[in-house]
Design a protein around this ligand. Structure first.
Ligand SMILES: [Zn+2]
Length: 302
């Protein structure tokens, strides 16, 4: 007997306990793209990307770009971090085929959460893949939620001054998907508390007010670093390489180095929006001083 081929099957949800909290990562969507070097390795010398890819057993050209929002239930409040791609591709002719459809809401449902259960949506920044599911059919997708966002991030996109040609569509999406929620937003500065146990961390560089979040309960801590590193090999092992997606490339390099050093020194776990699913790991320091992304094993299950 020959069993039929069933196609790829991959995990899309991972929930674990963090002290008294529950945390869940959700694979909203993913895109497979060409150009590992041209996207993730600005300033690399000829052959360097290929050598790094070989050393890490990944394709030197094609790469996967996952999109991973996070849910935290503190026992008192359900906090969602970013909303993923949502209906961006359906709603925008220009994005068709370039941006995958988001699956956040249906996957949350599989895990037992309704949109009306979300108390807070904490945004890391306003790039489209992080705000794409803010509205469904013209109404807020999470009808009972208030929102948090860095003041610096909101102001930057609201003013819209000095935005590069490549980021004009981001300004358009901001005006459509983020600006209308302003009266339900709490604007954060670094260090501000979102709810007890969750605190904003300055990760600016990739965007003007990129905000990470420390989530801490029962002596356990995870940093949601959002888009501080955009690729688990290039961004972590070669934080000096510049990335076109970073709005302030030099500041993004400085932030990557600072956050990597902190994560390695303080040994907390990290969740990254674009890290390979389930997007949870920690940062090791090698003998030569470079860092490595070490994907979580069973640490959160025992
Ligand atoms: Zn992103």
């Amino acid at each position: 007997m020959t069993a039929p081929m069933q196609g790829a099957l991959r995990p899309t949800l991972y929930r674990f306990k963090l002290g008294d909290f529950e945390m869940m990562t959700v694979l909203d969507s993913f895109a497979v793209r060409d150009g590992l070097g041209s996207v993730h390795a600005g300033g690399a010398k000829p052959g360097e990307v290929e050598a790094l890819a070989r050393a890490n057993n990944i394709d030197p050209n094609r790469f996967e770009h996952p999109f991973v929002p996070v849910l935290v239930n503190t026992g008192k409040q359900l906090v969602l971090f970013d909303t993923g791609n949502g209906t961006l591709a359906k709603d925008n002719e220009a994005l068709k085929g370039r941006v995958p459809d988001g699956h956040l809401v249906e996957r949350m449902a599989q895990a037992g959460y309704r949109p009306e259960d979300v108390d807070v949506v904490a945004f890391t920044h306003c790039h489209p893949d992080h705000i794409g599911a803010n509205f469904t059919g013209g109404k807020p997708t999470f009808p009972n939620a208030r929102y948090t966002l860095a003041a610096a991030e909101f102001d930057y996109w609201k003013k819209g001054e000095g935005i590069s040609e490549a980021r004009k569509p981001t300004k358009f999406q901001f005006d459509k998907l983020m600006a209308p929620l302003a009266d339900r937003c709490t604007f954060l500065n670094p260090g501000d508390e979102v709810v007890p146990g969750i605190r904003a961390v300055d990760c600016a560089g990739h965007s003007a007010g990129l905000t990470g979040y420390h989530v801490e309960s029962g002596g356990k801590r995870v940093l949601l670093w959002a888009d501080t590193c955009l690729h688990y090999v290039c961004g972590v092992q070669r934080p000096d390489w510049t990335i076109g997606f970073d709005d302030n490339q030099q500041k993004a390099v400085e932030t990557r180095k600072r956050i990597l050093k902190m994560a390695a020194a303080e040994k907390f776990m990290v969740v990254g929006f674009h890290m390979p699913f389930p997007s949870l790991g920690w940062i090791d320091t090698m003998a030569d001083g470079t860092h490595r992304w070490v994907a979580a094993g069973y640490q959160m299950n025992v």
